[in-house]
Design a protein around this ligand. Structure first.
Ligand code: PEP
Ligand code: MG
Length: 625
């Protein structure tokens, strides 16, 4: 803590980029308390009347929110509220509250509370973000009905421009506070993929989340700096920090303006070498945003989210609808669908418990054991391909016989469709993900059977280095710049090119701006990444000379440790792109060097020589200065 101002620094997760400086407004959501009451027989009809009134009022409120959301947000973010409106129908119909009320003779708000509790128990511990968010939305709708039953009102107004600090914010809190011209949001709980975080990004309001109890230690009126890019909140900052962040804020504004101008420009180096930038996607809902970021199509569509959202395999028709909608929305850009990669951390409910799921019944292994499910997925993808903008790839291929078996089933399905005179793209490109180390050594044989490779560095690094990608204890050993990794990348890319196929990358490394020049110089043809980093990567590529990049890659390949490769690349970007580097590493080139140290969480894991102190301050734990 600083003696001068009582400054305190909290570290959390970056939920929406940008810097905000202003007074805090600590918001405590008023909980709805419910007690169980047994009704007398003549109270029942009146309670049903009250329930219907509360439902009607809730519907009107939600309709107003939906129409406000449509004006203020992009279509996909507005859908969060449309789906809450649909949930209202679910609550009414599925649980036949009225019937329960007549049978059990209990007060309506208690019955709603009870239904929500049942749901919560069902979804408790769900790892899937989509399911957890659905539960949170349902909870919000339920709370709204209970509040209306109790004829209470929520007050979401704040005078003047503030940074809202709260234990938690629901999607409608986030939206409705934005009417008051708020500067930023900081919450104790929530993840970067929560609906509230998605809304902050759509509203372009900086936000940090997972602040671990910060809201209890901040008072309304405290001066706060919120760094939404690095997940930092500084309360009662020193003058030095205020000046530093004011400078950063104006730098970010000019960088953003510059990046926005790149959206429609091609991704080409200064000497005319062209590469493709595409996006990784999991939901139809993301497509609109992907297009606005200047993506040339989708380089990885993780189809398993359909399975995860449903808790079981979707039918052929359900898959067909999703794949067609995606292909149509992206047309004329292409979409690469990856066949189900279930297993590993994307758990399979009906599976047998495995000791080492990442080395177990996962991806292609599971699908080859379930050929009917595989056929179903192939049929759905082929049927959706009539616009000829779909490509297909297989995860976890470890060798040629596996690939031949998969291609055999694929050909059988094509034959079947031809027999039934069902149209599909006869020339659909097919690729293999290179993410199991054995595939590198048989890449020559694999390349002869497919049209492209897509390197899955998330798994490739974990399998190559024997480091669990989700284990925080050994996160410092997960090194995408390790010489073994970058030399493997060179082998894969060279082997692909020798066999005249293109080579892309859809692992996180493709979106790490520090890796861009290296990957470009290694000859990567396509980079597929989370859409938000596309402009940054494009800016680097557009200001790089391809021959320089080749030289950089050649030099990096000679270096003996991950640290040396990283430092070398960092020095190059720092020299060529000082503004970008400053934003990436939270440097302050104009300042006095006394800056708050933080790296985005994903970058920390890649840095081998971070001491335990540094790593701690970025792991979402609260720290004091
Ligand atoms: C990868 O392994 O790099 C990849 C893109 O696939 P996933 O993260 O879904 O395993
Ligand atoms: Mg993978």
């Amino acid at each position: 803590m600083s003696e001068e101002t009582g400054e305190r620094i909290f570290n959390g997760l970056p939920a929406a980029g940008g810097i905000a400086i202003g007074p805090a407004f600590v918001y405590e959501r008023e909980e709805v308390f419910v007690s169980e009451r047994v009704l007398t027989p003549d109270e029942v009809d009146r309670e049903i009347l009250l329930l219907n009134e509360a439902m009607l009022r809730t519907r009107q409120e939600l309709e107003r929110i939906v129409s406000f959301a449509r004006k203020k947000l992009d279509d996909d973010a507005a859908k969060i509220f449309e789906s809450q409106l649909l949930m209202l129908e679910d609550i009414e119909m599925l649980h036949s509250l009225e019937r329960r009320l007549r049978e059990e003779k209990k007060n309506a708000d208690f019955l709603i509370y009870d239904e929500l509790k049942r749901y919560r128990e069902m979804f408790d511990g769900a790892k899937d973000i989509a399911l957890r968010e659905r539960m949170a939305d349902l909870d919000e709708v339920g709370q709204r009905i209970m509040r209306n039953l109790q004829k209470k009102r929520l007050h979401l107004t704040v005078e003047g421009r503030h940074i809202i600090i709260s234990e938690q914010l629901t999607p409608s809190d986030t939206l409705l506070f934005s009417r008051n011209d708020v500067l930023g949001y900081a919450t104790d709980t929530g993840g970067i993929a929560s609906h509230a975080a998605i809304l902050s990004r759509s509203l372009k309001i900086p936000a940090v989340t997972a602040m671990q109890g910060a809201s209890k230690e901040i008072r309304t009126g405290d001066l706060v700096i919120l760094d939404g890019q690095h997940g930092i909140l500084i309360v009662n900052p020193t003058e030095e920090h205020q000046r530093e962040y004011e400078r950063k804020s104006s730098r970010i504004e000019s960088l953003e303006a510059e990046l926005a101008e790149l959206v429609d420009l091609p991704c080409v180096t200064t000497d005319g070498h062209k590469v493709e930038l595409s996006a990784n996607a999991e939901f139809v809902d993301e497509l609109e945003y992907i297009i606005t970021q200047g993506s040339k199509g989708i380089g990885l569509y993780r189809t398993e989210h359909l399975y995860i959202a449903k808790g079981d395999f979707p039918s052929e028709q359900e898959q067909f609808i999703e794949y067609s909608a995606t292909a149509q929305s992206m047309y004329p850009q292409t979409v690469i669908f990856r066949t189900f990669d279930i297993g590993g951390d994307k758990h399979l409910n009906r599976g047998i418990p495995e000791q080492n799921p990442f080395l177990g019944w996962r991806g292609i292994r599971m699908m080859l054991d379930e050929p009917d499910l595989f056929r179903q997925q192939f049929r759905a993808i082929l049927r959706a391909s009539t616009m000829k903008n779909i490509k297909l790839m297989f995860p976890m291929i470890s060798g040629l016989s596996e690939l031949e078996e998969v291609l055999g089933i694929f050909e059988e399905v094509k034959l079947e469709l031809r027999d039934k005179q069902i149209n599909f793209d006869e020339h659909m490109e097919v690729g293999v993900m290179i993410e199991v180390p054995s595939a590198i050594f048989v890449a020559d044989e694999l390349a002869k059977r497919v049209d492209f490779f897509s390197i899955g560095t998330n798994d490739l690094v974990q399998y190559l280095m024997a480091v669990d990608r989700n284990n925080e204890l050994i996160a410092d050993l997960y090194q995408e710049f390790h010489p073994a990794v970058i030399r493997a990348l060179k082998t894969i890319i060279d082997t692909g090119h020798r066999n005249n196929i293109w080579v892309g990358m859809c692992g996180e490394m493709a979106g790490n701006p520090l890796a861009t020049v290296l990957l470009l110089g290694l000859g990567l043809d396509e980079f597929s990444m989370v859409p938000s980093v596309i402009p940054e990567v494009k800016k680097i590529i557009r200001s790089t000379n391809y021959e320089d990049a080749q030289r950089i890659a050649h030099q990096a390949l000679q270096l003996p440790t991950s640290r040396k490769v990283r430092d070398f690349l960092e020095a190059y970007v720092r020299e060529r792109q000082p503004q970008m580097m400053a934003a990436l590493l939270n440097d302050d080139p104009d300042g006095d060097g006394n800056h708050v140290s933080a790296l985005p969480v994903s970058r920390i894991a890649a840095d081998e020589d971070h001491g335990p102190g540094d790593a701690d301050s970025d792991s979402g734990k609260k720290t004091e200065d």
